[in-house]
Design a binder for this molecule. Structure first.
Ligand code: NA7
Length: 403
């Protein structure tokens, strides 16, 4: 194998992260070939994923979602051989990650699962944190490539497991930013300066790198994407489905997911995910607009009708403002015992979620709240009926508690 080819790295997917990893690799002396679905006028741009594999032994894939990763894996196949190591960096379901590995390995090539934490700035600085899984020898070979754009590599285990860890970390991130948006709304509503909250958080044990980055930007209404709303929603949907398939009620995750979905449906999928704070803004003005501050956190101006949007191949139905339903608690028809009583002892994350195959009626009733991308859209009467049923359920629950 020529020394030159060992220095060749292919990058597939030149979005927020892939484009920056490409730059970082080049700065560190790697010879990088790139491909993107939408052609871009950048150096070493080739015509197809298979051409990347012809030029490079290492191929890093930064495409958006499950379908994209599987498509790229299929497109690489004709050119793959045992000399190749494909590194999959997309955040997808563990099942899709395993499927992508099988496609790549069918040609004798090696596969490393390497989702990451760290958004635009970390990618720019070569400071991503990679969670990896795969064959030890392949990982040893690929380590210098990962180190070029990463500050740390955490080895997790088998293919599919690194993704679970990545999704789990994003559950905390999404919930934390949602909580921060709500906290700011409250502070503003009682007439306190939001900066005081930022100052108070700085020394608080619950402060984090994420909050340090997001709080000032929320206040400025600067939602330029570092990590997009649509991808955080994708991750919370994956988390919800995983939880559902293991009989776990993930209420905070569901709440974060539903707030992301609301903003997605309003057309903000390409904004930063911290734009969930828009819920509390009347009409968010661009950063720097002095008037914007005056209008923060008034009642949102609801448009006539939100457009339907497409997300990961699924068309989300338009949501009409009149019957837009706030998120319901996750109990929807499920008895609490059934939620807490059946935690799968040794979940096999390499298998698809059982709910996606044949949901039980019970699972079906909770799917809208915990796994599907559709937002509940009910006529008023049905909402009222559901509220009554819910009240009945809660009072039965209370009575049971006093028996
Ligand atoms: P971006 O900035 O949304 O970029 C996504 C990239 O994926 C972009 O290059 C897209 O190409 C590409 N893409 C999307 N669909 C496809 C299909 N079907 N085939 C090939 N390529 C596709 O995402 P980020 O860089 O922020 O994040 C990438 C991943 O890492 C994502 O899973 C995150 O959750 C983590 P386009 O330019 O649209 O043609």
């Amino acid at each position: 194998m020529s020394r030159r080819r060992r220095k060749n790295v292919g990058v597939i997917g030149l979005g927020i992260i892939g484009s920056r990893v490409t730059e970082t690799l080049r700065q560190k002396g790697f010879h990088v070939f790139v491909w993107n679905r939408t052609p871009q006028p950048v150096p070493n741009f080739v015509g197809a994923p298979a051409e990347i594999a012809e030029m490079c032994d290492f191929v890093q894939v930064f495409v958006s979602d499950d379908d994209a990763l599987l498509q790229v894996a299929e497109d690489l196949v004709p050119a793959l051989a045992p000399r190749h190591i494909v590194l999959a960096h997309s955040t997808v379901s563990p099942h899709s990650m395993v499927a992508a590995a099988e496609i790549v390995e069918s040609r004798g090539a090696r596969f490393i699962e390497a989702p990451f934490t760290g958004s635009k700035t970390a990618a720019e600085k070569g400071e991503l944190l990679y969670y990896v899984a795969g064959d030890d020898a392949a990982l040893r070979e690929a380590r210098p490539i990962l180190e070029a754009s990463g500050k740390e590599i955490i080895v997790i285990g088998e293919i599919g497991q690194a993704t679970v860890i990545k999704i789990a970390t994003n559950m905390v991130t999404a919930a934390s930013v949602q909580a921060a948006a709500e906290a700011l709304a409250l502070v503003q509503a009682v007439g306190l300066p939001m900066e005081k909250f930022v100052e108070a958080m700085r020394g608080n044990a619950s402060h984090s790198t994420t909050l340090a980055l997001k709080l000032p930007k929320i206040i400025e209404a600067n939602f330029e994407p570092h990590f997009s709303m649509k991808h955080m929603l994708k991750d919370m949907q994956i988390a919800s489905r995983l939880g559902l398939s293991h009989q776990l009620e993930l209420g905070v995750t569901a709440a974060a997911r539903d707030r992301l979905l609301e903003q997605m449906q309003r057309g903000y999928g390409d904004d930063d995910y911290s734009a969930v704070a828009r819920k509390y803004f009347a009409d968010v003005q661009p950063a720097g607009d002095e008037e914007a501050g005056l209008e923060l956190f008034e009642q949102p101006a609801v448009p006539e009708a939100f457009p339907g949007v497409e997300l990961h191949g699924e068309v989300l139905e338009p949501v009409q403002p009149d019957n837009f339903v706030p998120m319901m608690p996750e109990i929807g028809g499920q008895e609490p015992e059934s939620i807490s009583g059946a935690i799968a002892p040794a979940p096999d994350i390499t298998q698809p979620a059982s709910v996606s195959e044949e949901p039980t009626p019970q699972e079906e009733s909770s799917t809208a709240a915990a796994g599907e991308v559709t937002t509940p859209v009910l006529p008023h009467e049905e909402v009222e009926e559901e509220a009554q049923a819910r009240r009945g359920f809660l009072s039965r629950l209370l009575r049971r508690g006093t028996d």
